[in-house]
Design a protein around this ligand. Structure first.
Ligand code: PSV
Ligand code: MN
Length: 407
């Protein structure tokens, strides 16, 4: 079937289901996904980093690769940075370079896990001079964000202990709060602090911010500009992530996502490659909250920072990022096709099977004709992956050689 014909059939089906397709298309055009600078670099596990030819050698080249993802998907105009992985002499020059590529700088991620002093903790270290060093770095990142025009600071702490009795757990939380309070006070009113949690790694006995509840509590103690960041790879097996998402939306504290997938114990697989239904259900909860009668809940749902957090160890990095973005976009498109009135009617009747069917049936739709139409209306190829692979960019960057940035 011709693409146009496939779209006409799809549009007729959706009209029958009571879906306003023009509204769905405009939401798809407005949707934005941020990619991480470190996703373009050479990365590995603690066992091995495989060095690839063509990997960017500095933050400027990372932005050039990110610009390719935006060029072919049309929905990735911002790039998250990690400091000091992306430390440069001149941040204005970096910002100017980004703008020339049609990009802006997104979240600034301080890094408190790669210096020897942080072995026993950064903001939770019992040594006050190490806590001061960590706080100074957080404050430095606020200043960098100001220079770059970024309003999002994403915090993840590797802090934790490996043995019972190693440290005073309650005291560590207080120290963290003291450090973050200083950082919070330095932020402009437009800035948001997104607090990420992870239930293990690199610490194996306890992690200071191990789950959403601890991050939520810390955000609450800091103030309204602090919110929770849900990294989809940071949960125990079987955790109902969409439940956490719904809860945080209800509390108006969901700030953003780090999308990725995991099967066992790491978080670097391409988002949507393992459990696309989970991703769909996350978007279903968000879109449901966007219809809430509480304006605060609606605003929270609309302000979510959607970011990818992946390190591509064995796969080609730019195509891996394009695949990730397309997977996110596909599940978002499907969630936009949920008929919420139908779900609500079934809920009101306490008809469990009808309610479940109203949600799942949207997931089962083929949205390829819809996404092709949207991309064409945005002036893009309907097939971003093939368009990128045929562009010659992947071959051109081979001239960079082997030995690019390792973060
Ligand atoms: C930690 O696993 C994490 O998810 C944090 O967001 C870090 O900033 C990022 O990964 C580093 O790769
Ligand atoms: Mn993350």
């Amino acid at each position: 079937m011709m693409q146009d014909q496939a779209y006409q059939v799809f549009a007729a089906q959706q009209a029958n289901r009571g879906i306003n397709l023009e509204d769905v298309k405009s939401k798809l055009k407005a949707f934005r996904v941020e990619t991480p600078s470190w996703g373009y670099a050479d990365q590995g596990t603690r066992f091995k980093t495989f060095k690839k030819a063509g990997v960017p050698r500095d933050p400027f080249e990372k932005l050039e690769d990110a610009a390719q993802v935006h060029r072919f998907t049309g929905i990735c105009p911002s790039v998250a940075l990690h400091i000091p992985w992306d430390k440069v002499e001149d941040y204005v020059a970096l910002k100017t370079h980004a703008a020339a590529l049609g990009l802006s700088i997104g979240a600034v991620n301080p890094n408190l896990f790669q210096e020897d002093e942080y072995m026993l903790g950064s903001v939770t270290n019992s040594n006050p001079s190490i806590r001061k060093k960590a706080t100074d770095h957080l404050l430095e990142c606020v200043e960098i964000a100001k220079t770059l025009g970024s309003n999002v600071l994403s915090l993840w702490f590797a802090d934790g202990t490996n043995y019972p009795g190693q440290a005073n757990i309650r005291r560590r939380v207080q120290w963290m709060h003291e450090c973050l309070r200083e950082m919070y006070a330095a932020m402009t009113p437009e800035m948001r602090m997104l607090i990420e949690y992870k239930f293990y790694e690199p610490a194996f006995y306890h992690t200071d911010l191990a789950d959403w509840g601890m991050a939520f509590n810390m955000a609450g103690k800091l103030g309204p500009q602090a919110e929770v960041l849900v990294d989809t790879g940071h949960h125990a097996m079987g955790t109902n992530i969409e439940h956490i998402v719904a809860y945080l939306l209800g509390e108006k504290r969901l700030g953003g996502f780090h999308f990725n997938s995991r099967k066992y114990g790491d978080d670097d697989l391409i988002v949507g490659s393992i459990n696309p239904y989970e991703l769909f259900l996350i978007f279903y909860q968000i879109l449901d909250a966007a219809r809430d009668s509480d304006a605060g809940v609606r605003r929270t749902a609309e302000n979510i920072a959607y970011m990818i957090d992946q390190s591509h160890n064995i796969e080609q990095k730019i195509p891996a990022m394009i695949r990730s973005v397309m997977n996110v976009q596909t599940q978002y498109a499907k969630a936009l096709l949920v008929n919420h009135e139908e779900v609500k009617a079934a809920q009101d009747k306490q008809d469990v099977l009808a309610a479940e069917n109203a949600v799942r049936s949207a997931f089962e739709l083929n949205v390829t004709p819809l996404l092709s139409a949207v991309r064409e209306e945005m002036g893009l190829s309907p097939d971003p992956m093939t368009a990128y692979l045929q562009s010659g960019y992947g071959e051109k960057i081979l001239a960079r050689g082997v030995g690019g940035a390792s973060w």
